[in-house]
Design a protein. Structure first.
Length: 118
C-alpha cells in the first residue's frame, strides 16, 4: 500500500513563497511519475506539475516560471517550490503517484491547504 504525506502548506502573502513536500512510503518510489494537483473551492481538481521517474517535468501554464517541481529518489520525496504566489493559487494541493507502467496503481495524498492572502 502506497502512502503519500504532504506538508508545507500554510498562509502566505501575495508575492511570497512556499515549498510543499510529499513523502512516499510502501513502494519503489522511482517507478512512479509524481505530480502535484490543486483544487480551489467550487472548482475541479487541476494539474499543477508533474515529474517523471527520469526527471522530465511539465507544468500548467498558470504556474510556469513561478513553480518548480523536483524529486529526490533517495528520500522518496517530491517537492513543489512555489514562488511569486498569487491569490488565485489558493487551493488544497494534492500529491499524486502513478506507476510508470501500471496506470491503475494511482495514489493520492490527503492534501495540504495553501492560502495566499494579505
Amino acid at each position: 500500500q502506497v502512502q503519500l504525506v504532504e506538508s508545507g502548506g500554510g498562509l502566505v502573502q501575495p508575492g511570497g513563497s512556499l515549498r510543499l513536500s510529499c513523502a512516499a512510503s510502501g513502494t519503489i518510489f522511482s517507478l512512479y511519475t509524481m505530480g502535484w494537483y490543486r483544487q480551489a473551492p467550487g472548482k475541479q481538481r487541476e494539474l499543477v506539475a508533474v515529474v517523471t521517474s527520469g526527471g522530465s517535468t511539465n507544468y500548467a501554464d498558470s504556474v510556469k516560471g513561478r513553480f518548480t517541481i523536483s524529486r529526490d529518489n533517495a528520500k522518496n520525496t517530491v517537492y513543489l517550490q512555489m514562488n511569486s504566489l498569487k491569490p488565485e493559487d489558493t487551493a488544497v494541493y494534492y500529491c499524486n503517484a502513478i506507476h510508470i507502467r501500471i496506470s491503475y496503481l494511482d495514489y493520492w495524498g490527503q492534501g495540504t491547504q495553501v492560502t495566499v492572502s494579505s
